[in-house]
Design a protein around this ligand. Structure first.
Ligand code: GDP
Length: 365
């Protein structure tokens, strides 16, 4: 599956946030195959549609979909120069599919800041620079090879060389690879470089407990928003400390605590949904008397491959999918009504799945 990595400087609240993630973690029973890795937290993706479908189908059980966060602690200034430790953290970042970059926006004289003061812009730049430097190294290595290939005189080799040069200039000017304008073909060409700054990013502004409800926007947060907007990145404002407390609570206690804070939902739920979108993931549902269940696929997945997420036999023997859009189903009020109103579509192997599709797969065994 796809994973989001949590990065940030020391003492910004990563562990606090990650603890909240693992404590709020997915129901183990719904996730039997998880490897027990202390740095990986599995979360249920909160989805209001599951509650609605559960009311409609009254199934024996309801299963949300999940995905994983990886705690990548220890990224510090100079990591890209580091022989051992620093590089190891960069290697961990290489393995994730999206980055949640935590920045400290809370003032607390009791908690040391690695750089001496709370300055989220400087922190963002510090981390981003390390990632850019690591990418420059990767690109330089690739450029050497591209240079040798130039001697073949092939047009393709020239194009690759020019592309790498353009990327290098871009990185050198302090820009992340993701902001370089690329054609699909160029993007494909660069894919196996696994560039750190090509990964999609969102910023998590960690504010104090008092600011959890976001009543008055802290000036640090405003700075983070401005900087993130320049990159087209999303910002999630959260108080990691409050999230850790919320994660301890269940059901009614949790609702009461959230109401007390003036929050409609936990910041963690907002973060989970934002990270899910950042990973380019969408949800489809299967629904029946036995089970209502959410499944995760990448945007652009076709029906047989979506069926394969449920079971490989479903993909192999795929015949067709009976699909109704969630909104249509809810408007119709029941599956029977949806069928009667002609809202249930028969889709073949080329159908591209849409977020919210409620599906029944027909297959041969
Ligand atoms: P990490 O090094 O980034 O993993 O940071 P930690 O999660 O260990 O947090 C560093 C310190 O900051 C700990 O003492 C936390 O309790 C504290 N901390 C984290 N979030 C908040 C917050 O929202 N408000 C306050 N006052 N302290 C926080």
């Amino acid at each position: 599956g796809l994973r989001a990595g949590i990065v940030g400087l020391p003492n910004v609240g990563k562990s606090t946030l990650f603890n909240a993630i693992t404590r709020a973690g997915a129901e183990a029973a719904n996730y039997p195959f998880c490897t027990i890795d202390p740095n990986v937290g599995v979360v249920d993706v909160p989805d209001e549609r599951l509650r609605v479908l559960t009311e409609m189908f009254r199934p024996q059980r309801t299963v949300p979909t999940t995905f994983e966060f990886v705690d990548i602690a220890g990224l510090v200034k100079g990591a890209s120069q580091g022989e051992g430790l620093g590089n190891k953290f960069l290697a961990h970042i290489r393995e994730v599919d999206a980055i949640c970059h935590v920045v400290r926006c809370f003032d607390d004289p009791n908690i040391t800041h690695v750089a001496g003061s709370v300055d989220p812009l400087r922190d963002m730049e510090t981390i981003n620079l390390e990632l850019i430097l690591a990418d420059l190294e990767t690109v330089d290595k690739r450029l050497e090879r591209a240079k040798r290939q130039l001697k073949t005189g092939e047009k393709k080799a020239q194009e690759v060389y020019a592309l790498l040069e353009r990327l290098r200039t871009h990185l050198e000017s302090g820009q992340p690879a993701r902001s370089l304008a690329l054609t699909d073909e160029e993007r494909l060409e660069l894919r196996d470089l696994h560039l750190l700054t090509m990964k999609p990013v969102l910023y998590v502004a960690n504010v104090s407990e008092a600011e959890a409800a976001g009543a008055a926007e802290n000036p640090h947060v405003a700075e983070v928003r401005r900087r993130a907007a320049e990159e087209g990145a999303e910002v999630i404002v959260i108080s990691a400390k409050v999230e850790a407390e919320i994660a301890e609570l269940d059901g009614e206690d949790r609702d009461l605590f959230l109401a007390e804070l003036g929050l409609a939902e936990s910041g963690l739920d907002r973060l989970i949904r934002a990270a899910y979108r950042l990973l380019g993931l969408i949800t489809f549902f299967t629904a029946g008397e036995k089970e209502v269940r959410a499944w995760t696929i990448r945007e652009g997945t076709k029906a047989p491959q979506a069926a394969g997420v449920i079971h490989s036999d479903f993909e192999r023997g795929f015949i067709r999918a009976e699909v109704v859009a969630y909104d249509d189903l809810v408007r119709a009020g029941s599956m029977a009504q949806a069928r009667e109103q002609g809202l249930l579509r028969l889709e073949g192997k080329d159908y591209v799945m849409q977020d919210g599709d409620v599906v029944y797969f027909r297959f041969n065994v």
